[in-house]
Design a protein around this ligand. Structure first.
Ligand SMILES: *[C@@H]1O[C@H](CO)[C@@H](O)[C@H](O)[C@H]1NC(C)=O
Ligand SMILES: *[C@@H]1O[C@H](CO)[C@@H](O)[C@H](O)[C@H]1NC(C)=O
Ligand SMILES: *[C@@H]1O[C@H](CO)[C@@H](O)[C@H](O)[C@H]1NC(C)=O
Ligand SMILES: *[C@@H]1O[C@H](CO)[C@@H](O)[C@H](O)[C@H]1NC(C)=O
Length: 424
């Protein structure tokens, strides 16, 4: 990493002036090709193994390949009848997960998580709920001989009844202790909301909003401009009060999913105040984080700590939430900076943004690398290690999903006429 990459955006960028936009055009307009995006996707499909990676994969693939079945674009519930072949990978994940469940013959409806290997987080298994509910809705249960609906119900019941909570009711991300992680906002509330919308149960949509409200009360840091802390409470060894960029992205993206689920469900007219809250809470994260964007279009791994490495993963996920907020709520404030990030992430190796390859790209495989922020196999870089967020990683499946979500959101935003492209 070189000193030049650590400069932050000029202060006038806060006002999105023309001068700032001229600055941003240093990043030459760049778009990943269909072949490059398909390599990103295939890394995601091969790399995702852990429950939250699989859950995130199913959502990213749906948004990219089958948008009318996604909560961010389609009706909730989606059209009746079997889903399109573009959902096959999503269904394959649901089938693998549900066929591995052990159903107790004496208590077939007992609450239980979809997947909870030892050491894993309680919140993560909930992220699989989307694919399982979609498999149920589209009739995969008959084809596969599995009761997807019961498996989803068991997961939601388990989340609501068996996972410990704070005294005021925030559902812990961990099962063995009460601990709140920003990540959980992407894993749990969207599944409560989707289950509620698919089962005509408004109180679960309200509970999704309520969980986000509670998490925000704990994790939002007013002394850091509204950025969210990463992990609070519980074992000190895991506590992380830093403002992790990907954590802020998980929180904003979870809010977007819940907001869109409400808006695209039959409860949209009755739940406008919940939607307004979510719009303002996502905006708050954007307002807190975007002033920290670096001149290379990336955030630091901890958004407000310039001695941490640059992180393309959280950057991509945050950009996806900016396009979605523009589409779902007509808030375009941060569009120019999301565009700047997207172009930077898609830039060629010899881009004007920076003439230096990222730290992980200097290995033996470098010669055929043609993009600044992807290695020669189209893995995004630089990214945090998905199992140890404070250190630089490589080959992170969730990061591949964030690129897919960013491109799905950008494509939908372009199709809608690129609203707010000039910050209006
Ligand atoms: C399901 O079980 C099979 C066989 O035990 C195993 O190979 C596979 O990894 C399991 N899948 C998941 C998602 O746990
Ligand atoms: C909604 O879901 C909650 C939690 O599972 C349940 O207690 C409640 O009875 C459900 N309400 C309706 C109307 O189905
Ligand atoms: C910033 O990050 C560095 C490197 O990880 C760390 O040593 C330092 O404590 C962090 N500073 C703050 C204020 O968190
Ligand atoms: C994460 O990385 C830090 C810094 O290298 C190291 O001290 C720590 O032990 C690692 N944690 C895990 C769980 O691997």
């Amino acid at each position: 990493m070189n000193r030049g990459q650590r400069r932050t955006m000029p202060s006038f960028c806060g006002t999105l002036s023309l001068a700032c936009l001229a600055f941003a055009t240093f990043a030459r307009a760049q778009v990943l090709t269909a072949a490059q995006l398909s390599a990103v996707k295939s890394n995601l499909m091969q790399g995702a193994k852990q429950s939250w990676e699989l859950g995130t994969e199913t959502e990213a693939l749906t948004e990219f390949d089958s948008p009318h079945y996604s909560v961010v674009k389609g009706a909730v519930p989606p059209p009746p009848g079997p889903g399109p072949a573009s959902l096959d990978e999503v269904f394959a994940i649901a089938k693998n997960i549900v066929s591995n469940l052990t159903i107790s013959p004496s208590d077939p409806n007992a609450p239980q998580p979809l997947d909870l290997p030892p050491g894993m987080a309680a919140g993560d298994s909930a992220s699989l709920g989307f694919a399982v509910l979609l498999a149920d809705w589209t009739g995969r249960g008959k084809v596969d001989g599995l009761d997807y609906g019961a498996a989803a119900t068991a997961q939601v019941d388990w989340t609501l009844t068996d996972v410990p909570r704070t005294p005021d009711g925030a559902i812990s991300h961990r099962i063995e202790q009460v601990q709140l992680w920003a990540d959980s906002v992407y894993m749990v509330p969207p599944t409560l909301a989707y289950y509620g919308a698919m089962n005509n149960n408004r109180s679960l949509l309200e509970e999704a909003h309520n969980q986000i409200r509670l998490y925000r009360q704990y994790l939002r840091d007013p002394s850091a401009g509204g950025l969210w802390k990463h992990i609070l409470l519980g074992e000190a060894s895991q506590d992380d009060e830093g403002h992790w960029s990907t954590g802020n992205a998980w929180a904003a993206a979870g809010m977007i999913r819940v907001m869109a689920t409400i808006q695209h469900s039959k409860f949209s007219r009755e739940m406008t105040s919940e939607v307004q809250d979510l719009i303002s809470w996502v905006s708050e994260i954007h307002d807190g984080v975007y002033p920290h964007l670096n001149s290379d279009g990336l955030f630091n791994n901890y958004a407000d700590n310039s001695s941490t490495f640059h992180d393309a993963a959280g950057t991509a996920m945050l950009a996806s939430t900016v396009y979605r907020l523009s589409l779902l709520a007509g808030v375009h404030t941060h569009i120019p900076l999301a565009e700047f990030s997207r172009k930077s992430i898609s830039a060629p190796l010899n881009s004007a943004v920076s003439s230096h390859a990222s730290p992980t790209s200097t290995g033996a495989a470098a010669p055929v690398q043609s993009l600044l922020h992807f290695d020669n196999e189209m893995w995004l870089t630089p990214v945090p290690n998905p199992d140890n967020w404070s250190v630089l990683g490589e080959h992170s499946p969730e990061s591949q999903a964030f690129v897919i979500e960013m491109y799905a959101a950008w494509r939908d935003w372009v199709a809608a006429g690129s609203p707010g492209a000039h910050g209006i």
